[in-house]
Design a protein around this ligand. Structure first.
Ligand code: ADP
Ligand code: MG
Length: 212
């Protein structure tokens, strides 16, 4: 197993994430119907499709330019709270990878950390508020724990994100639309944590060599 990944793997990631979002779109919308406005599946499907189209059309040769294009496309097409949040994630992740053609596990962890930093700056949430951060942070901790093994790191991150998603179920939302429900938001998985788990599952599969 290679110790590093290149642009091609990240493009596979995007495409596998798009496919996973399409496959689970109805589930994401059902989760959002319970504690939001039932648009998370369609929001994400629209955004990921536009991002794949933009990357295919762009002929990118640099990792940072490709990821920034994904970010800008998500900001402008997803709508809702999640568009600017995911968009900022990819913009910042791209920024952290400027000048890089190859990424090892520690670099990937640092780039994801930068992406989360952007997301936090934008959304002003912390861990435990029943948002996508409750999947991102456990994933980041798992990535950081495997600095010499990028495939192992990504697999652990995917697992941690799924566990983080499940852990949002009993939480009471204090950020985003679900917070309007107060205590009634408990008992439902957060849709954004669910989409984050799908995106990180796709990353693990891309790094393991699954072609898009
Ligand atoms: P909207 O809430 O505008 O309809 P979406 O349904 O697409 O947007 O996305 C909702 C998801 O966005 C939530 O499930 C949550 O994970 C995430 N979210 C909302 N507000 C925040 C925030 N301030 N910080 C982090 N994530 C947030
Ligand atoms: Mg919504």
């Amino acid at each position: 197993m290679a110790a590093t990944i290149t642009l091609d793997t990240l493009v596979d990631w995007l495409k596998l994430a798009d496919a996973a979002i399409i496959e689970h779109s109805d589930e994401l919308t059902a989760l959002d119907a319970a504690i939001g406005d039932a648009d998370h599946g369609s929001n994400m499907k629209r955004g990921m499709a536009a991002a794949v189209e933009a990357v295919d059309a762009g002929g990118f040769t640099a990792i940072d330019a490709m990821l920034k294009k994904v970010g800008m496309t998500l900001v402008s097409t997803v709508g809702g709270a999640s568009g600017p949040l995911y968009g900022t994630f990819f913009l910042r992740m791209g920024g952290a990878l400027a000048g890089r053609d190859e990424i090892d596990s520690a670099t990937l962890a640092a780039a994801v950390e930068a992406g989360i930093g952007g997301l936090v700056q934008r959304g002003k949430a912390v861990e435990g508020e029943k948002t996508m951060l409750d999947a991102w942070y456990p994933a980041l901790r798992a990535l950081t724990a495997h600095p010499d093994d990028i495939a192992g790191a990504a697999a652990a991150a995917a697992e941690a994100a799924a566990a983080g998603r499940d852990a949002t179920e009993p939480m009471i939302a204090t950020k985003g639309r679900a917070s309007y429900l107060g205590e009634r938001s408990a008992g439902h998985i957060d849709p954004g944590a669910a989409s984050t788990a799908l995106i990180l599952g796709a990353l693990a599969r891309a790094i393991a060599g699954e072609a898009a």
